[in-house]
Structure formats: C-alpha cells, structure tokens
Design a binder for this molecule. Structure first.
Ligand code: F0G
Length: 385
C-alpha cells in the first residue's frame, strides 16, 4: 500500500518554506499525511551528512558522504517513520501498537509509544537481537514477546496476532505511514547537498522498507519539479541474507526467500523481506543495483569508518560502506561520482560484535607494571607505582 498525494495538494506546496524551518522530519510537514500540530515527536531527523575525506581517499574517490542516522533519538533511522506512524496511531484512537523487529524498530516503537502514553508490544527473535536494542525496549516498557525462530517467523506471528486483534495497530514498515516518515531521508539529503541529488544512494537492505521510502522521497522531489534527476538506488545485503540481491543478479522481478538467513549484522538478518516488490522497483527504475557483502567485509568497513572518520556505526549500517568499496573496486562507481551512504544505526547498540571480534590488552598490575610494554616502547624510567 502506498500513500498518494493529489496533484492539487502538491501544487499548493511552496518548498521555499523548507529552508526557513529547522532541518528534520517535520520540516517537510506538508508531505506527511498526519496533523503536524498533533505530532508525537522526539525531534527526529536532521542528522548529519558528513563529508568523509579520509574514507574517500582510502577508496580512491573524490567524495563520499555518510548520512549519520544513528543521531536519531533512539539511535536509528526508524524514528523518522515512527514519529509519523505513532502520530497516525493516536489519530486513529489506538491504545496499543505492535511490531516484529530485529531490534531497532522495537526500540523506536517502544520509545514513541511511551512518549504518546500508549502500550507497545514487540515480537523479537529470541537471542537474536543486539543487546542495546533489547535494553531500549525494556526500559521504555514494551511487552516483549520473545519467539524461537527467525525475524521472518516473528513478523508472520505479529501479522497473525494483529489480524485477530484488530484494535492493536501494526507498525512494521508495511504500514505506509512509516514509509512516509522515512522518505524525509531523501528530502534532507537533497537540502544538505544544496538542493541537488547525489549520483548514488547506497543503503543496507533488510525488510526493504527504507530503500522503498527513500525512492518515494526522490520521486516526490521530481514530481514537485525540484530535482531534475534521481540517484541510482543501490541496495546492499549480507551474503547470508540476500534474496533481493539474488533476484537482481538474475534480473528477476520477484524474489525467492532465503530459508535460513545468517549474518553478523543482526539488523538485516532477514530472509523474506515484506517490501521486496517496492525495493526491486526502486532498483530497476533508478537503474541502480543490488549487491552482497560478506561478514568480514562488513566488519572491515565498520572499522574503517570508526578509525578514519570517528564514526561508530552498527554492522548492518557498515554494509553500505562495504558495498561502496566493492563497487568502486569493480569500477561500477567512478571516482568523480557523488555517493551518499546511509549509516542506519548507532554502533553502541551492538557492543557484543566489538567485544567478540577485537582483542583487549592484558590486565596490568597497578604496581610495577609498565604501560610502555603494551605500546612496544622501551622500559619506562618511571613505571606505575
Ligand atoms: N540498518 C539497520 C540498522 C536496521 O535496523 C535495519 C532494519 C536496516 C538497516 C534495514 O532496513 O528493513 O528498511 O530494509 N531493521 C528492522 C528492525 C528490520 O526490525 O529494526 P529495511
């Protein structure tokens, strides 16, 4: 399902207002189908678009921008959709909202439901969501249903559950109001690039809502006569969970689900993405592409961004950087093209990945230890006493 605006509604829009308002989701309120005055907001959007020179140099590119969606209130891009989705839920009189999640959607739903004073129920694959995200759902007071199986099983379960309890409002990204909020990503990038669109937009793809939302945003910019072109929409999936990239590889118009999705990037460990049709349309219509990256490539890209740019993003987000690296090496992205990578979530959400993949230096006695020995320096004249 899509939200479609009448020509009349768009004709009356004067985007010169935009620049006079603070950047963020609600700057674009005329293009959001809820009452702005009743918005349930935590001040979402308005995230930094960082010019990553050292990263670009390392990849042999002139310029790479990273959109730091981890700056959102609950630490991921989901807040853009949730502010609109929860505002709609309240408008409809809902008192309970629900979703299935690999973690970030549940954290965001729980926070915005708390802000609105309503209940939230989240279905999560037990033992498979990152610690930071689970703690967010707990502290915001969500009812947490931990299901054995994959995210795909949790999504099926919540869809069945809300089907039989019609008063509970489902807020997964099949809900078109979520997509409306998330499309503001495209509007912000356009404004932040001084009213231009980039040549390439690279996003990690899981359930495929975000790539569909960004594409809708760019289509609306074109329809409004603001942007002349579209970026190529480039979706990156983890090798072990890549039904959309597999479909693209053989230029199919439909996907075959991955039965047992597996990747270190738990946020995108999804085998049956609900928005696959919209995602393939975005990729094909924009002359974009879809590609896979390995877990090792994801971890390497996460480290590069952390060490070259001081930006700590979660593994799923690093898939976009890993994908860029691969496409540059293969000559599919040229040196002088403008590329924006979406860093979808904050690295602090998934500390286990770091602790399990990096070595700490050995513990040292307070007395008699020599810190220089750890740094490989000659014995210090004064050791710690
Ligand atoms: N990056 C992060 C950090 C995510 O949490 C997700 C999705 C994606 C990328 C992929 O976005 O699903 O729109 O293609 N997380 C969902 C969740 C599935 O439940 O939090 P998508």
């Amino acid at each position: 399902m899509d939200i479609v605006y009448d020509d009349g509604e768009l004709d009356s829009l004067n985007p010169s207002f935009w620049e006079e308002r603070p950047i963020g989701v609600w700057r674009y309120r005329e293009l959001l189908p809820v009452d702005y005055l009743k918005a349930v907001t935590l001040c979402e959007g308005g995230t930094g678009l960082l010019d990553c020179r050292r990263l670009a140099d390392a990849m042999g590119l002139t310029v790479v921008h990273v959109k730091n969606e981890g700056q959102n209130p609950t630490g991921s891009f989901k807040d853009r959709g949730m502010t609109v989705g929860i505002t709609k839920a309240i408008e409809l009189g809902a008192t309970v909202v629900a979703c299935a999640s690999t973690g970030n959607t549940s954290a965001s739903l729980a926070a915005y439901a708390a802000r609105a004073g309503i209940k939230s129920v989240v279905f999560v694959p037990s033992g498979k969501i990152a610690l930071g995200k689970l703690t967010q759902a707990i502290i915001h007071g969500a009812e947490i249903i931990r299901l054995k199986g994959s995210f795909d099983d949790s999504l099926k379960a919540v869809m069945g559950f809300t089907e039989s309890h019609r008063s509970i409002y489902l807020l997964n990204s099949i809900n078109p109001y979520r997509i409306e909020g998330q499309k503001t990503l495209a509007f912000e990038i356009y404004n932040q690039l001084h009213n231009q669109v980039p040549d390439n937009l690279i996003l990690p793809v899981g359930n495929a809502g975000n790539i569909s939302a960004a594409w809708k945003g760019f289509l609306e910019l074109k329809r409004l006569g603001l942007a002349k072109d579209f970026p190529r929409m480039i979706g990156i999936q983890a090798e072990g969970a890549s039904p959309i990239a597999s479909a693209y590889r053989s230029r199919q118009m439909s996907i075959v689900d991955s039965e047992r999705p597996e990747t270190i990037a738990s946020a995108i460990r999804i085998g049956a993405p609900v928005s696959w049709k919209k995602a393939l349309r975005a990729i094909y219509d924009s002359k974009g592409l879809a590609e896979t990256v390995t877990d090792a490539e994801i971890l390497e890209a996460q480290k590069m961004l952390a060490r070259f740019e001081g930006l700590f993003i979660e593994p799923a987000s690093a898939a976009s950087i890993a994908g860029l690296r691969k496409l540059v090496a293969r000559g599919e992205i040229r040196r002088d093209e403008t590329t924006v990578c979406i860093a979808t979530g904050n690295g602090l959400k998934d500390p286990d990945v770091i602790i399990n993949n990096y070595k700490l230096s050995p513990e040292m006695d307070v007395k008699g230890g020599d810190p220089g020995s750890i740094l490989g320096l000659p014995l210090s004249a004064v050791s710690m006493r």
